[in-house]
Design a protein around this ligand. Structure first.
Ligand SMILES: *Cc1c(COP(=O)(O)O)cnc(C)c1O
Length: 464
């Protein structure tokens, strides 16, 4: 299978090349040239499979000409064995036909482990075959950093540098990154904010000469392999509630549009999905586009659901590429205009988007209220991102006979503030993290200066 860029000007690449490349040369994102599809009979035959076996079936066509079946099998087996729940992605029922899909049983207690645990193994495998090394640089305000570090810590062929804004991430989130002591893991605390961190990473990708021949790789959700891994749990959860014989709907707490885009792909691949609900916080550009064709950046607001505090959702470009009939030139033009001005989609394209997605935006007060009400009604504790998903599910759900599954993207222990604001006790750290607050930490504080950061990276990378 070949992968092509959403902006139409970069060479088509194989899966392995896309895995290591991140962004395409023309600034676009890679997508499969043609999507594999599964028949209803085939999907139905997967009912009851363990998660790793299902993951193997769903992922196989995407990597077929690059990774042998035996290698893929071993990697998915290893990946999903590190999850704490034997079902890997279990469902919890709140009300009739209303379900929560718990995606937080991985090492860092957020759904990003599903993709990043696999990504680290895939990268290491391809790099070993090619006898190459890769340097990962990423900026994080929380979840991505720890999940990426956990995913890469055992890799022999890459070094990972994760930058977070000094003193501006929660102690739990910082410790989840800085207590992983490994030869190839480097935490940088930058004296600046998250945007400064991101800019340093962007500038380093643009000019990689400071690495003297080594190359940078990406672990954010522009990396196709992350989207691919996330398709699996749409299949597993739909099968668990009676799919594909009956349709299923999903509500997805959304930031960069990676997770819900995986749901859209599952639907294109043959899974009967009735509704896909985009749930956002007050950073609601996606809700404004879908409901009112208003694609304008507002000012970024800090909310109680920080992993969704995103203004420009990079993976939305992958969707636009499809709704514009895969016209790379049109997307390049649209994205160029969006950089400096508010844009509107063409009427027909906007209608296509509306047919595919519903959307709803939730503010902080409502988020806390949903957490409190749900706990009072069922005893179940939601994290703030999931609470937004549940609220949006209930507002947008058209056909109550169709199961509605809300993706629980994080464990509530990661975000205690809204839980306390909701008048509840902060949850306790689960077993695997119970000693987190006393573990040894390691990180380097650096000034907000590109040369300082790049010198640090260049001095630490392993070259053989
Ligand atoms: C990353 C994240 C999201 C947003 O997912 P996207 O794929 O960026 O849309 C939502 N909730 C939590 C807890 C996250 O970590």
């Amino acid at each position: 299978m070949k992968y092509i860029s959403t902006r139409g000007q970069a060479p088509a690449l194989s899966f392995s090349d896309v895995l290591l490349a991140g962004l395409a040369e023309d600034g676009g994102l890679y997508v499969p040239e043609t999507l594999p599809t599964f028949s209803q009979e085939e999907i139905a035959s997967w009912a009851g499979l363990p998660y790793n076996d299902l993951a193997f079936n769903v992922i196989k066509p995407f990597v077929a000409d690059c990774i042998s079946e035996a290698d893929l099998k071993r990697m998915v087996d290893d990946t999903y064995a590190v999850f704490d729940h034997s079902g890997v992605a279990p469902l919890v029922q709140l009300r009739p036909n209303e379900w929560i899909l718990e995606l937080f049983h991985g090492p860092t207690l957020a759904f990003k482990d599903f993709a990043l645990q696999l990504l680290g193994r895939l990268m290491d495998h391809v790099l070993a075959e090619r006898n190459e090394r890769l340097v990962i640089m990423g900026a994080t305000s929380g979840d991505t950093g720890s999940a990426a570090i956990e995913g890469c810590r055992h890799s022999d062929h890459l070094d990972i540098f994760i930058m977070h804004p000094y003193k501006r991430v929660s102690e739990v989130q910082r410790r989840q990154m800085t207590t992983i002591l490994a030869d190839n893991v480097f935490n940088i605390a930058l004296e600046g904010n998250f945007d400064d961190c991101q800019e340093m990473v962007k500038d380093s990708f643009t000019d990689q000469s400071f690495l003297n021949g080594l190359k940078l790789g990406a672990v954010n959700s522009i990396n196709w392999a992350r989207i691919m891994a996330q398709i699996v749990y749409y299949f597993s959860s739909a099968l668990a509630v009676g799919g594909p014989h009956r349709p299923v709907s999903f509500s997805v707490p959304t930031g960069n549009f990676g997770d819900i885009f995986a749901g859209y792909l599952a639907k294109q691949m043959g899974l009967p999905i009735e509704q896909l609900v985009v749930a956002t916080n007050r950073n609601d550009i996606l809700h404004r586009v879908i409901s009112g064709n208003d694609m304008s950046k507002g000012t970024l607001e800090h909310t109680l659901s920080p992993s969704m505090d995103i203004m420009v959702s990079s993976n939305f470009e992958r969707l636009l590429f499809d709704v514009y009939g895969r016209d790379g030139a049109a997307i390049a033009d649209l994205m160029k205009r969006f950089k400096t001005e508010s844009v509107k989609l063409d009427e027909q394209q906007w209608a296509n988007v509306r047919e595919l997605f519903d959307s709803y935006a939730v503010d902080d007060n409502t988020t806390c209220k949903v957490i409190a009400d749900c706990h009072a009604e069922t005893g179940y504790l939601l994290d703030p991102h999931t609470a937004i998903g549940l609220k949006a599910a209930r507002e947008c759900w058209r056909n109550k006979a169709t199961p509605m599954i809300t993706l629980a993207t994080a464990h509530p222990v990661k975000f205690p503030d809204p839980v306390v604001k909701a008048g509840l006790n902060a949850p306790e750290l689960p077993e695997r993290l119970s000693d987190l607050m006393t573990r040894e930490e390691e990180f380097t504080v650096l000034p907000k200066q590109l040369t300082e950061v790049q010198n640090f990276v260049a001095s630490k990378v392993h070259r053989t």
